[in-house]
Write a protein of this length. Structure first.
Length: 219
């Protein structure tokens, strides 16, 4: 049974035809390990998405067998989904856990923005994050049923797209429960920047950028 409904495939076909400009890589790292609850589903979802438009280039790797590639993409766990410019081993826009529910929409938006190579960010936020000249990692803990989480994930990924020093990770709290518990996730979206700054909720670009700059001061 297909994971994407036929009506949604038709909608996505139109969206991709309108918005995909350049080829974009959809990279998956999965594992045959019993620890990975949704590896098969993550791969299947990516296959169905990439089949909708030829500009989406699917690359599927095994986390255990392709260790060097995993390191190049900065992948530390599985399943991992990465959206990158075609033929660039760039893991700055990343999903840990299956991008399902509301986060499926985040994945679709990332495919469009990375293909275009531009992100809709307020001028004030852009002014702030352009100052980041050291590595910053933004982790956004989510659940698939959280309607506010895609905004936070989208902001983290937009910042990563426009500044190569920033990486944005969506982490599905249920699949990585121990990690979420360790950082103190009690509500989502829960954002952690470089382990030095944490906050909750979907914020404006400007507010989010202020938190990024606070973490940057401690980097």
């Amino acid at each position: 049974m297909a994971m994407i409904r036929e009506s949604d495939v038709k909608y996505l076909m139109d969206e991709f035809n309108k918005h995909l400009k350049n080829d974009v890589d959809l990279v998956i790292f999965s594992s045959g390990s019993a620890e990975c609850k949704y590896c098969k589903e993550t791969v299947e979802l990516a296959k169905e998405v990439s089949a909708i438009n030829s500009k989406i280039k699917l690359k599927v790797y095994d986390f255990d067998k392709d260790k060097e590639l995993a390191e190049e993409y900065g992948v530390t766990k599985f399943p991992a989904t990465i959206v990158a410019r075609a033929n660039e081993k760039d893991g700055r826009i990343k999903y840990y856990g299956i991008p399902s529910g509301y986060e499926f929409g985040s994945l679709i938006e990332d495919l469009k923005t990375v293909s275009i190579g531009e992100a809709d960010i307020s001028s004030k936020a852009m002014e702030l994050i352009s100052k980041v000249d050291k590595p910053l990692k933004i982790r956004v803990y989510v659940t698939p049923t959280c309607p506010y989480c895609p905004k936070a994930v989208g902001t983290a990924h937009k910042f990563a797209l426009v500044n190569k020093n920033i990486s944005g990770e969506m982490i599905e709290s249920g699949e990585f429960y121990s990690e979420a518990e360790e950082v103190g996730v009690s509500a989502v979206p829960h954002i952690v920047i470089n382990d030095s700054v944490q906050f909750q909720g979907a914020r404006s670009d400007e507010d989010f950028a202020e938190y990024v700059m606070e973490a940057f001061k401690h980097a």
